[in-house]
Design a protein around this ligand. Structure first.
Ligand code: HEM
Length: 404
């Protein structure tokens, strides 16, 4: 830290205010004051909080900032996060060229063309999920009975993971993504999931099929540990984020009948609506950590080498310089007609979300199908009784009781 660095004024992570869709008020206040400010991590270490849109993109695109959690000074929001990122890191927490070598192994499987080909299959998964949820019932938990099975099934099919094991990998992922998890529990969950994937990879070596894991084990340029770690990353990221995003998007629409009516009247709006919901809800709500490997100037301040930085995607996604509309909607409002395509909900730079096309297609199909097939969908509980994953890396709802 330099002698000129201002005193930290914000303790991370901030707590939510009354609106569950708005970032914690302390972040919004910090963003209002400056695009780059000082903050304190839960372990007492000072770091930099980057809240402005241009500044967030500048940090995420700058190779002088490392995403490698083994680099001294990397900012952690919890002990569990430290375990997840440092024990046997996957490429999300590596820098190039190591990151690029491993990401390249799976890039083809997530290309737009490949994912678009999966559309009919995903539509089928979603239709069956609606059938199952509504069969003989008049109410359900939209998280457990609908939102979670859909992306889980899709990523299982792509990876070659048996969906029957979903109880195991869903609960282990949840443990790993929860900031309240103790270091011991995080370690155990990590080892258990890695062992599960290593065993599955071994099975694929003997019984190859048409799936990502089988293709990875057939390569001679990957160690068994790297294969398990790639499977681990895709399995965890592939189901939890989309599931949380789907459920909270439905809640946002149920709470805003005017926006829902627009979408119902013009189903063509669904692609833009998904971008707007990604922007508005920014479920990677605790920000993205990086550490400066050199002294770098960002937004008029000098971040010295070795200092940790948290890039707040949620405030960047509400930066008025970009997301205020001509008609006058301000960025804190949900407006399904807004052009929100420049949002950073999937990050930016070399680590930008590998699964973004898959997530987009899943969300478009989920929302369009629910609007079409369940026009009477509504909350089955008062909104103030809903409980959110405020401590988890991925924001979302613990449950969403609905009826139709
Ligand atoms: C990376 C968000 C769905 C796989 C990321 C990052 C964000 C993000 C913000 C950047 C992390 C960083 O820079 O540190 C989301 C959101 C999703 C979603 C909001 C759903 C709405 C998915 C899906 C997959 C996936 C369905 C499928 C496997 C990945 C992977 C990375 C990543 C592998 C690491 C990329 C790299 O380091 O090069 N995601 N994600 N994500 N995401 Fe997603």
């Amino acid at each position: 830290m330099t002698a000129t660095a201002p005193a930290p004024s914000l303790n991370l992570p901030g707590s939510y205010g009354t609106c569950p869709f708005d970032p914690p008020p302390a972040y919004t206040a910090a963003a209002h004051d400056a695009a780059v400010t000082r903050a304190v991590l839960p372990d007492g270490t000072a770091c930099w909080l980057v809240t402005g849109y241009e500044e967030v993109r500048a940090v995420l695109a700058d190779p002088r900032f490392s995403a490698d959690a083994r680099t001294p000074g990397f900012p952690f929001l919890s002990a569990g996060q430290r375990e997840l990122a440092t024990a046997k890191p996957s490429f999300i927490r590596m820098d190039d060229p190591e990151h690029a070598r491993l990401r390249r192994m799976v890039t083809k499987d997530f290309l737009v063309k490949r994912i678009e080909e999966l559309r009919p299959g995903i539509q089928d998964i979603v239709d069956r999920a609606v059938d199952r949820m509504t069969d003989g019932r008049t109410s359900a938990d939209l998280v457990a009975d609908f939102a979670l099975p859909i992306p889980s099934l899709a990523i299982c099919l792509m990876l070659g993971v048996p969906y029957e094991d979903h109880d195991l990998f869903q609960s282990l992922s949840r443990t790993l993504l929860d900031n309240g998890t103790t270091l011991q529990r995080a370690e155990r969950a990590h080892v258990q999931l890695m062992d599960y994937l290593a065993e599955l990879a071994e099975h694929k070596r003997r019984h190859p099929a048409d799936d990502i894991l089988s293709r990875l084990v057939a390569r001679d340029d990957l160690t068994p540990q790297e294969t398990a770690s790639l499977g681990f990353l895709l399995l965890v990221t592939g189901h939890e984020s989309t599931a949380n995003m789907a459920a909270i998007s439905v809640l946002a629409l149920l709470r805003d009948p005017a926006q829902t009516a627009l979408l119902r009247d013009d189903p063509e709006l669904v692609r833009g609506a998904v971008e707007e919901l990604l922007r508005h809800l920014t479920i990677i709500h605790l920000g993205l950590g990086r550490v400066a490997t050199r002294s770098v100037e960002v937004g008029g301040v000098t971040v010295p080498a070795g200092d940790g930085v948290i890039c707040m995607l949620s405030t960047a996604n509400r930066d008025p310089s970009l997301f205020a509309t001509e008609g006058g909607t301000c960025p804190s409002e949900l407006d399904v007609t807004r052009d929100a395509r420049r949002h950073v909900a999937f990050g930016h730079g070399i680590h930008q979300c590998l699964g973004q096309t898959l997530a987009r297609v899943e969300l478009q199909i989920i929302l369009a199908t629910l609007l079409r097939r369940l026009p009477g969908l509504r909350l089955a509980t008062p909104p103030d009784q809903l409980v959110y994953h405020q401590d988890a890396i991925v924001y979302g709802l613990r449950a969403l009781p609905v009826t139709w």
